[in-house]
Ligand binder design. Structure first.
Ligand code: FNR
Length: 346
């Protein structure tokens, strides 16, 4: 195995292990949002239908396994297991960054296994904003992706010892991919959240779907700092907007399809995301922990229970659809109110 290849595969495995060992965040901005209990919801649980749309894609369940991995033996095993879970539970799954396979076709199997295991499922491809446009289109073909995620991860690149230092072409690359892609394009953060300014930039170049992937779960400054020899940038941990704040930032952009991920702990967090306008919710690290600890069967049980619990909470709130959840009153903490005021979000 060449030195370069070895390094790339090692990085994939480092990310997996460091995400597994990642500490849980001590607090969540989701706890700063409260629903109001109502005693008489006038609704039966079997009337709840939380199916959704992502761009022009119809999706049965409003949550998905978000991008993680590919490009090493361990990654292939994880992807295969997660793909079986996605197939059996009819949820969407995104693969991790496909650059490894675009550079070295011998690694393509670790991504293609997801399509092989789930020929009819909803699968998202994943590339970075520095990718060559033709390669981005190849990534779509490689797994017959139903949509393409483009990840934007500036803090991670900068803290990563071997990361990129060039970002000035990202916006124009995203624009070219949006223009040429045959499938919907989702611009996605990796745990640092998004802002009004970012939404405006993206909408100006024709982006219609974003995944805000906010702070509160996997923290890639923590992960990359662990990989640095001096581990001297830990003070930057918790950089970025939480997922809840990112969704508040998205309020002035009703034309944008907003997906939420980053630190989703349980179905109540997901329901809060829908109430704040998210069309679907993604989970990464929790799915990784589940598949590693509980295997395929245990993870399928978790997903089925997650679906049921979403319906239970929607019923408690008297909402039969995601749209109705958006109309339910919520109470925000003084911190979130202050954020809204300072950012003119009202
Ligand atoms: C990720 N994430 C990620 N995102 C992406 O767009 N491309 C990628 O290749 C990866 N790789 C990756 C590896 C591992 C091991 C993890 C845990 C995560 C980021 C991920 O999709 C998500 O945005 C963040 O992890 C936040 O969500 P959670 O983990 O808090 O649910």
């Amino acid at each position: 195995m060449s030195y370069e290849k070895n390094k790339r595969e090692q990085r994939k495995d480092d990310h997996i292990q460091l995400a597994i060992d990642h500490p849980d965040s001590p607090r969540s901005a989701f706890d700063e949002i409260r629903f109001i209990h109502q005693s008489i919801p006038s609704l039966n649980i079997d009337e709840v239908n939380l199916s959704t749309t992502i761009g022009n894609l119809k999706v049965n369940h409003p949550f998905y396994i978000n991008a993680m991995t590919g490009g090493s033996k361990r990654a292939a095993e994880i992807n295969e297991k997660l793909a079986i879970v996605a197939r059996e539970t009819h949820i969407t799954m995104a693969v991790g960054s496909m650059h490894a396979a675009l550079k070295d076709t011998a690694l393509a199997h670790s991504y293609m296994v997801v399509r092989q295991q789930n020929p009819n499922g909803m699968i998202f491809g994943n590339v970075g904003a520095d990718v060559d446009v033709d390669l981005a289109l190849q990534a779509i073909d490689m797994i017959q992706a139903d949509a393409l995620q483009i990840h934007v991860n500036v803090p991670q690149e900068l803290v990563m010892p071997e990361g990129s230092r060039q970002f000035s072409t990202w916006l124009s690359t995203i624009e070219k991919i949006v223009t040429r892609s045959s499938v919907p394009v989702i611009v996605k953060e990796v745990g640092f959240g998004m802002s009004q300014e970012t939404f405006s930039q993206l909408m100006d170049i024709g982006v219609e779907i974003v995944d805000v992937s906010g702070r509160g779960g996997t923290d890639f400054i923590h992960v990359e700092n662990e990989r640095r020899s001096l581990k001297d940038m830990s003070y930057l941990k918790e950089w970025g907007q939480s997922t809840a704040v990112s969704l508040l930032e998205a309020k002035p952009f009703p034309e944008l399809d907003v997906l939420a991920s980053g630190g989703i702990r349980h179905p109540l967090d997901a329901i809060k995301c829908y109430a704040l306008g998210a069309k679907a919710v993604g989970m990464s690290r929790n799915m990784l922990l589940l598949i590693e600890d509980q295997g395929i069967e245990g993870t399928i049980e978790y997903v089925e229970s997650f679906k049921e619990q979403l319906k239970i909470i929607a019923t408690m709130l008297g909402a039969s659809t995601l749209q109705e959840l958006q109309d339910k009153p919520i109470v925000l903490s003084p911190g979130l109110i202050s954020w809204q005021e300072q950012r003119n979000l009202k």
